[in-house]
Design a protein around this ligand. Structure first.
Ligand SMILES: Cc1cc2nc3c(=O)[nH]c(=O)nc-3n(C[C@H](O)[C@H](O)[C@H](O)COP(=O)(O)O)c2cc1C
Length: 220
């Protein structure tokens, strides 16, 4: 698969086969992602992969916190409002996902259930958490975004599926404690990774994008 095809065919996967991915392949994915560019080659990324019993225990902890209605406290705060044009795009996504699942994803109980499956890594055999020092500037968050996209593209090229998950940062402090990561680091993103279950209807959602002429102006 060439780079263009890889970028255009990657999609978020929300149902995985339970089969574990050999560690060697997961390491190759990270080994590829580390070639992402970063501000002054600062490489502000630290990666934790969780699998097996450790992943199950973390999942259990997160689900318990959710069931206790523990207040979520991500290191990057959840946006409370969006400009109208962006709000419309988000509403379109939620409508499509609601139609696909037959559930109103904006309803509080459904939202809670949806968080729960996020915390269960959508059935993936591995979770990936991306950290960096909290003192770093917004440029380092930008760099982490580049790293995350490279990681997802490399995974896709190796036949794996991924989904980036802000929800997996909800209980950042608990996650850091569990993973033995200093609280001085910020948890930027969580991700599920594994072999995609392409038979599952939830993986049939191909999101759309604006027309290119809506996002670019060419001045000559
Ligand atoms: C920073 C970020 C956070 C996201 N958080 C979640 C999440 O918590 N749960 C989830 O199911 N999808 C999450 N997504 C996936 C987006 O919904 C998805 O990327 C978007 O709808 C476009 O679809 P695609 O990835 O299939 O192209 C997130 C994506 C990004 C980039």
């Amino acid at each position: 698969m060439d780079a263009i095809e890889c970028i255009k065919t990657r999609m978020s996967i929300r149902k995985f086969k339970p089969d574990p991915v050999p560690l060697e392949i997961l390491m190759k994915v990270i080994d590829t992602a580390k070639w992402s560019p970063s501000y002054k080659n600062s490489q502000p990324w630290e990666v934790v992969i969780v699998s097996g019993e450790k992943k199950e225990a973390l999942s259990k902890l997160l689900v318990e916190l959710l069931e206790q209605n523990a207040k979520s406290c991500p290191d990057l705060s959840e946006p409370l409002s969006w400009p109208p044009a962006i709000e419309t795009r988000i509403a379109t996504l939620m409508k499509k996902r609601s139609e696909l699942t037959g559930k109103d994803l904006n309803a509080p109980e459904v939202r809670k259930k949806s968080k729960m499956v996020n915390f269960q890594f959508y059935g993936a055999p591995h979770g990936i958490f991306l950290f960096q020092d909290s003192s770093l500037s917004p440029w380092s968050l930008f760099d982490m975004g580049l790293f995350a996209q490279s990681l997802m593209l490399a995974a896709h090229a190796y036949g794996l599926g991924t989904v980036p998950q802000a929800f997996l940062t909800d209980y950042a402090q608990h996650i850091k404690k569990f993973l033995e990561i200093p609280q001085s680091k910020r948890l930027v993103l969580g991700m599920s990774i594994g072999y995609p279950d392409l038979e599952s209807p939830v993986n049939s959602l191909k999101t759309d994008r604006l027309n290119t002429n809506q996002i670019v102006r060419v001045l000559e």
